[in-house]
Write a new protein. Structure first.
Length: 141
């Protein structure tokens, strides 16, 4: 996977062609422009569920990758669609009712509808595992 977002971690469990990998958050964050602002928690460990196509076993150190196109598409769906729906809803509210209050209310309403749509889409895609990270390499046992 060229230009993939790659994390290193240790396999903590394996099941049905999948593996849970404990990764230290930040190994691929070094080059990210937002890394100084992104502080999700004090705990730097995160557990990633990934496709185990290389047959990694529990305790092995592995590389987990997400393709750049997959990452960008998921980010767009999660962040940009709700923002766009807010602006479109606000514009419609302002155009229809003419007040800022209605613009804000319709913007919030359309954004909430969009979040519900994203949540439903996520539930559907989880069963297909379309956006699932993949273990690409076993680094050590």
């Amino acid at each position: 996977m060229d230009n993939s977002m790659i994390e290193e971690g240790i396999v903590v469990s394996v099941y049905n062609g999948m593996a849970k990998v404990r990764a230290v958050r930040g190994s691929s964050c070094g080059g990210c422009a937002s890394s100084s602002m992104c502080k999700p928690s004090e705990n730097t460990n995160v557990v990633i569920e990934a496709k185990n196509e290389v047959g990694a076993h529990v305790g092995e150190r592995v590389e987990v990758a997400v393709g750049p196109r997959t990452f960008l598409k998921a980010s767009f769906i999660a962040y940009m669609l709700p923002l766009l729906s807010f602006f479109i809803g606000s514009f419609i509210g302002k155009y229809m009712a003419g007040t800022d209050v209605w613009a804000a209310l319709t913007g919030m309403f359309t954004m909430i509808l969009c979040f519900i749509g994203v949540w439903l889409y996520n539930k559907k895609e989880q069963s297909v595992k379309k956006y699932q990270p993949v273990i690409t390499t076993v680094l050590s046992s």
